[in-house]
Design a protein around this ligand. Sequence first.
Ligand code: ZN
Ligand code: MN
Length: 471
Amino acid sequence: MKTIIGLEVHVQLSTATKLFCGCSTDYQDDGPNTHCCPVCLGLPGALPRLNKKAVEYGLRVAKALDMTVLEESEFARKNYFYPDLAKGYQITQHDRPLAVEGTLEIEDDEGHEKVVRITRVHLEEDPGRLVHVTGGANYSLVDYNRSGIPLLEIVTEPDLRSPQEARRFLNKLRTVLEYLGVFDGDREGGLRVDANISLEGSERVEVKNISSYKGVEKALTFEVTRQKNLLRRGLAVTRETRHFMEGRGITTSARGKEEEHDYRYFPDPDLRPLRVAGWVAGIDLPELPTARKNRFMEQYGLSLDHARTLTGDPRLADFYEEVAPIDPGLAATWVADILLGELNYRDMGITAVPPERIAELLALLRAGTITDKAGVQVLREMLDACAAGRPCERPAMIVEREGLIRAAGDEFTSLVQAVIAANPQAVEDYLSGKEGALNFLVGQVMKETRGRADPREVRRIVSQSIKMGEV
Ligand code: ZN
Ligand code: MN
């Protein structure tokens, strides 16, 4: 049974001020109702004035998604009553959105490139936020700091085929938005999703207001199972709106939802039609994720996997490009396969570690001064210090303090000789064809050097020494 999913994504644009007034959008650390004025409080007689930057951000997205910008778009009033909606209507774009017909490439479930069609993008204002008072209170509070924050609503065609694909679409979209510099992915609630989902031939269900990427995949996975079970039991899926209960991982029916015609949309008489199509040609886009991924493969000779991982976040890609000159392949392995894991484990972001330190570490590895194993130890000590708020020590200092310089020369030879001399039985076993005995001897040397020797090198030298000793 084919799963059919379409998304409506609301993205908070990271402009400095709100969509129709000069109030600052930087309210996260301030008290409720401290970033408000007559416009975003919807007081009588207050008039909206469109934020040019928000329009420019919307156009950047439209261009990046290869969309057609309408010659003339229009703001409309969407009328409904809710305490978080100060004016009794939301200013949005309805009949004539900012742009239509775009595309975004993602990976499908088999790892192939796939094009998801974008239906439209339009600008609208965010409503305020209700704060439900816990502890038996019989009232709620309302905070209008969010009222009037610019949103870009991005609507897709029903081109997604699984909850996993939906998550990948959102990840890719977020990456593009971050590259464009129009969105702050770290901001809580900065991206909210309504998801439409149906099984082929059945009615469609809309799951409203999911506020995390993981939530989208979870809500959709729940819906696939719920709808399949209904059909299996010979029941029909009801066309309805449902809410996602994040904590319980389930969706529940939300009755009494307005139909589109109940909103009584009409053009907002306070705002003139928007003619910005001519502006698009002059907008310069930065290098976008797909182009950067391809360049990484070409310029640095990276695998598709490494290139994809490293360009998944613009800050990570910048970080990689700072350390790549040491040795592109070595840098890719250490950043994508080792550093990211160690950062995740400590709940740290890539910006927490200075690229110069990683460059120094890579230089030590490349010169053969330390082994991979010692490299991991150095990395962990650096990150632990960063995580604890201590200054990030230089790798060379850690190597010296911990005595991690690769065992070499006389030290190395005498260690191997000592281990061979101390284990005559294992030597004999190895000579009579038991490979396991060699592993044992290598293990003994590794133990003595505490990771300062390269196991492959030890293996080669132990084997060589035994064979030479025999001659
Ligand atoms: Zn305001
Ligand atoms: Mn909307």
